[in-house]
Design a binder for this molecule. Structure first.
Ligand code: AMP
Length: 270
């Protein structure tokens, strides 16, 4: 695997490869990331993985500081997976050139955008930069971060004429979604989070039969979970898959959740 740490070297290295699959990450490589890499490799693409903990998408400094990082371990995993390129640039390099800024409209300020002010503007900013540099026509992203996927499709897919391949969420024992942030959880909280995932999966399943009746009592479930597990839930909402509008049980939908446990914020959708 070639490890590239500057835009200058990247331009030298990959300018001749059109057929390249791009997997952007913030590191702490786990099975979720691996599934994206494998999706790219299954299409017989050379694959470039980026590891960049992007400061502009963290609305809290402390969250940025404590985000788990272990580049050597990541390198070992990526080598075993036969990834061709790792792009691990510095903050200075990524932010040294001028680029368009993105502002969310009022109707997009829902779910995480409502609770993490400036987060998605930071995500769009860095993805715009990374895609300008890497110029891949194939991007691989996870449904675990569904709103991120939605906004990148909305704001960037046309500009870059890029195919956005969305990959299903990988879970531990069909319960909690893999996430780099799980590393910050105490063992007991990880267990709690798995129970919460199971509970929410059941609610989603029930909603298929009970529809709006269940949506009506969702706030009761929210209170119950908060009390039982001593967590703070930012949102628990059924929304349409296609446009993230509040759901009326006519279109395909998902149950979206974000909550804090051990002062770690987890998100998921079912
Ligand atoms: P991150 O490193 O958390 O920024 O994630 C990088 C990419 O991996 C994003 O496209 C995520 O949606 C995706 N991803 C993270 N966790 C999972 C998971 N459990 N299953 C599938 N994809 C994931």
């Amino acid at each position: 695997m070639k490890i590239i740490t500057s835009i200058f070297d990247l331009n030298k290295e990959i300018k001749n490869y059109k057929n390249i699959g791009f997997v952007p990450t913030m590191g702490g490589i786990h099975e979720g990331h691996k599934s994206l890499i494998k999706a790219s490799q299954n299409k017989k693409r050379k694959t470039i993985v980026s590891i960049f903990v992007n400061p502009t998408q963290f609305n809290k400094k402390d969250d940025f500081k404590k985000y788990p990082r272990n580049i050597q371990k990541d390198i070992d995993i990526l080598e075993k997976l036969n990834v061709e390129y790792l792009f691990a640039p510095s903050v200075k390099d990524i932010y040294k050139f001028k680029a368009k800024k993105f502002n969310l409209k009022k109707k997009d300020k829902i779910l995480c955008a409502k609770f993490r002010i400036g987060h998605f503007e930071g995500v769009l900013n860095v993805m715009n930069r990374l895609m300008t540099i890497i110029k891949s026509k194939d991007l691989y992203m996870g449904e675990k971060d569904y709103q991120q996927l939605y906004l990148i499709k909305k704001f960037l897919s046309k500009k870059f004429k890029v195919r956005i391949n969305s990959c299903p969420t990988i879970r531990i024992d069909n319960k909690i979604a893999l996430s780099t942030r799980n590393k910050l959880l105490k063992k007991r909280s990880l267990k709690k989070a798995s129970e919460i995932a199971l509970f929410l999966k059941k609610i989603k399943y029930k909603s298929k039969f009970q529809g709006s009746k269940l949506a009506f009592i969702l706030s009761e479930y929210k209170k119950e979970l908060e009390k039982k597990y001593n967590i703070k839930i930012d949102y628990l909402e059924f929304r349409d898959e296609k446009n993230l509008k509040l759901n009326n049980f006519k279109n395909k939908y998902r149950l979206f959740v974000a909550y804090k446990i051990d002062n770690v914020r987890l998100i998921d959708n079912y």
